[in-house]
Structures are given as C-alpha cells and as structure tokens.
Design a protein around this ligand. Structure first.
Ligand SMILES: *Cc1c(COP(=O)(O)O)cnc(C)c1O
Length: 495
C-alpha cells in the first residue's frame, strides 16, 4: 500500500537514546527556556575524540585531532575537549578567542580558513599553528612577526588540486588553499621568510565523501613533504582535514526504500512525498527521470573514526603500501580536523508543537516554535525524522501513524522545517515537543538568525549523574568540565 508510513528513524547512540527517553525532563527544559532549545551532551564529544585517538593508535601514529569549532557555536563542547586528548581548529577571530578562553593552550590550537589581520595577529601573538590558505597570508604573517617581534609561528600549507600520474585532476575545485602546481613559488616564499616562519607540514581539506579523492590528496601531500625537505625544511605533520562524515539513520532499509519511493513520486507513480512536489534534485521530463539526488548519504555504514581507519588502510596508488604505513615510516604526525564527526550524537534541538491543522486531503500542517534557520538538516540535505515527545507521556490510545508537513514560525511561505512529508508514529498535538536528534554538527546554530524578532535557541549542557542517574542541566555558558561546587579540600597529594 503506497500510503504506508515511510519512516527515517535517527541513529541514536546510548546517551542520546537515554536522553530522549527522559521526555518529562526535556519538556521541563522547554517550559523553562523556551522553544527552540538546543541540548548538548558534552560527554559524547570526549568519547568521539577517544574514538579518533584509537584509530591513531591502531596505525601507530602520533599527532592531533583538531575539532573544527565551526560545526557548533556552543561553549560546552569546546570546554569539554580541553580535558580530552584533543585539540581545536578555529576559523575566525571569535573562535580563537573562545578556544583560548576555554583553556586550550597554543600547542593545541590551529587556525584554518581565510584570515583577517586581527585573526592572524592574535594567532601569531598567542603562538598557535597557522594553516595557511595561500601566499598572501604567509606574507602578511611574516610581516606581523617581524614588525611586532613575535615568536616564529608554526605554519602548514593548505594545498589543493591534486592529480594522479595522468593529466586528469581528480580532486574537486575549492576556493581555499594553494594549487600543488604553485608549490614551487610557495616554497621560494618560505625560503625568503626562513627566519619568520616555521613550516611544519602540508595538508588539505576536501568537502567530499569520496575516499579515493582523499587518498589521492594524501599521496600528493606526501610528495609535497619531500619537496619541503629538498629545500632544507624539516616538515613533520600531514593534515588530512575533516569530512569524515556521520551516519544519521538507524536503518539502511528505510533509506533505500525512501529514496526509491521518492523517485517513484517524482515520476508520478505514487502520491507526492514532498511539499509542492519538490524532488531533491530529481525531476521527470517526458516520462524520463532527470537530475541527481542532492541529498546527504544519510545512512553511512562507514563514517567518523571508522572512515579515517579505512582511509589510512587504503593502499597508495603510486606508492603501493597503505597510506597509514607511509605516514608511519616517514615518522610524520597525523593531523585531522573533524567537525561533523566529532559532534556526532552530541546534541539535539527541541521545538514545541504550536498548532496542528488537519486538512481534508493530504498531510496535516504542524507549526513549530522554531524556523528553518534553527534546525538546518534540510539545508545540508539530511533527511531524518524528529522524535515525538508527547506532553502527556503518550498515553492516549494506540499509536496511529500520521503524515505531516512541518512548518516554521516565520511569516514566509518558504519557512518549512523540511520539504518532505514526515511520518510520525502518532498524531502530534499542541504542547508536544519534537526532538531533532544529532543536530550538533552544523544543524543546530550555524544559521540561526533573529529574523522577525523570533528568539534564537538557548543552549543547555546536560549530563547524567554517575552516568546512569538523574539528568542534570546547566546553561551552556555555565558549563565547565569540573565537578566541584565549593572549596576543594584536597590535601594536595601529601599522603
Ligand atoms: C569545515 C572544515 C572542517 C570540518 O569539516 P567536517 O566535514 O565538519 O569534518 C575541517 N577543516 C576545515 C579547513 C574546514 O573548513
């Protein structure tokens, strides 16, 4: 039957699953702090960092795991990482100030992305590693170092446009970094500034899910390291960037079924599955399917630390042996910059159901106390169901699946939380809460605005006492990774 619900259930790690099981706690938070509300689980990011470190250990590699701060604005995740075996990647002056203020020391901070003069100055002044976007930035940095008599900063060269032995460029276009073809002039520049800059290595960041592209880039970086050495530098770190990905969905079968039903709907072979017949990149042209599905591969069996493991285990195309082995044999440190993957399972976004408007035909319209800028899953092409948390505990009658469209609180036709029809296990009612799970990576606060003077979500950090007990919360800005509530009466280790 083609009206059967098409669920896309979120993948939930034990912490997030337990939190969603504490519906009265989450309702109380929304009652107190309003809708929308972002809930962060700082313990999880430490566990994710440990997962990356265990892959380093398996490949006998040293180096750093830099959390790409831009994935999430909260203070609690970054503060929690100060006490983990992790570092932080900052992409703006504000993020650098946050990282320093959280307690990260310079040896555990790296600046990436394009940099303005103040950002570059504070980077150099505080002695963090600068991942340089190009020659202009290196010149500016060297000038700052000389003018203000700053210590010689560690710099990495961000490279792009790697090639295989053939003429075809296999890595995608990027506006960031310097083409490997221009490495020669970049090394000339470094030679001129030998006294002001300390080149510690090279790297890339590719916004792709393709392991082949990354393997080619990694191999290209190994060759660039040789070029640095031949100029008399002692490079020691290779940075493979971020982009390790997250699996958002619990069940591969639901994803496969959904995408084939979506195709059928676009072809007119079943009732529409989206608002206004939106096709997520697909459309029908005279009975033929055109376009390509522009969605995040929401079911990803290999993501996060496992993706890094697979990359390092992959044999190099020209150099033969596994990439991890090549790094090890060269005694290079491995730098990674995971954003989304470290934020995996680290939070959820709650919204109150304000109105449920039933229609004669088709899905009900459900208006939420949030707008499309507050939960940007759709912007990232991530299709995953929210979890319904009934206000009354869900005790009214047997569950009856309901098809709904989720509308935002802006007076704007386009303000849809998602353009697809969402199937919920029961009809929502005003006062219920919808929980969007796993939003901490880019989908929580990246695009939040004050459009129409609607509130921006507050953020809270939660933890479970003793790991299993009562849920506790504090405002995100009140969170520190210490458990003390008064003077510490510690004899100071004198036993
Ligand atoms: C955004 C970004 C990252 C993080 O990417 P993810 O896909 O979130 O892992 C890492 N490095 C750089 C330079 C970035 O711009």
């Amino acid at each position: 039957m083609d009206t059967a619900p098409l669920y896309l259930e979120p993948r939930l790690a034990p912490r997030l699953a337990a939190l969603l099981g504490a519906a009265p706690f989450l309702h109380a938070l929304v009652d107190a702090l309003g809708s929308p509300l972002n809930v962060l689980v700082p313990e999880q990011i430490a566990e994710n960092a440990a997962g990356f470190r265990s892959v380093y250990r398996r490949h006998h590699l040293g180096g750093q795991v830099y959390f790409a701060h831009k994935a999430n604005r909260s203070r609690s995740l970054v503060r929690r990482l100060t006490t983990a075996d992790a570092a932080v990647d900052v992409a703006s002056l504000g993020e650098l100030q946050r990282a320093l203020g959280a307690g990260f020391t310079a040896d555990r901070i790296m600046a990436t992305g394009p940099k303005d003069p103040a950002f570059l100055w504070l980077a150099a002044r505080s002695g963090i590693t600068v991942n340089a976007d190009g020659p202009g930035e290196l010149e500016a940095l060297a000038a700052l170092v000389r003018r203000y008599a700053l210590p010689r900063p560690r710099v990495l060269l961000r490279l792009r446009e790697f090639e295989t032995s053939g003429p075809r460029t296999l890595s995608r276009r990027s506006r960031f970094g310097t083409s490997v073809k221009a490495l020669g002039p970049l090394l000339d520049l470094l030679e001129r500034h030998r006294d002001s800059l300390d080149p510690v290595g090279v790297g890339y960041h590719l916004d792709t899910t393709s392991p082949d592209e990354k393997a080619i880039a990694l191999e290209g970086c190994l060759r660039a390291m040789d070029d640095l050495r031949s100029r008399g530098f002692q490079p020691r770190a290779l940075d493979v960037g971020g982009g390790f990905g997250v699996g958002y969905l619990a069940h591969a079968a639901q994803w496969d079924r959904y995408t084939s039903e979506l195709t059928a709907a676009v072809m007119g072979r079943r009732p529409p599955l989206t608002w206004g017949g939106h096709g997520y990149g697909l459309h029908a042209e005279g009975g033929t399917l055109r376009g390509a599905l522009s969605l995040y591969p929401a079911h990803r069996p290999v993501a996060g630390a496992a993706y890094l493991d697979a990359l390092l285990s992959q044999p190099a195309r020209t150099l033969g042996r596994p990439l991890g082995t090549l790094l090890l044999e060269s005694l290079y440190d491995l730098y990674t910059e995971p954003g989304r993957a470290l934020a995996d399972q680290c939070g959820l976004t709650l919204a109150r159901v304000l109105e449920v408007r039933h229609q004669d035909a088709g899905p009900a319209l459900v208006r939420l106390g949030m707008n499309a800028n507050d939960v940007t899953l759709e912007d990232h092409g991530i299709l995953v169901d929210p979890v319904l948390l009934p206000r009354n505990g869900g005790s009214t009658g047997p569950p009856e699946p309901a098809a709904v469209h989720l509308m935002g609180n802006l007076c704007l036709e386009a303000d849809l939380i998602t353009r697809r029809t969402v199937f919920l296990p029961r009809r929502p009612q005003p006062g219920d809460v919808l929980a969007f799970a796993n939003t901490a990576g880019y989908c929580m606060d990246f695009g939040a605005t004050r459009a129409q003077q609607q509130p921006v979500a507050r953020a809270v950090a939660v933890h479970r006492e003793g790991g299993e007990g009562t849920w506790r919360w504090c405002l995100d800005e009140e969170y520190w990774p210490v458990q003390e509530y008064g003077p510490i009466n510690d004899p100071g280790g004198q036993s």
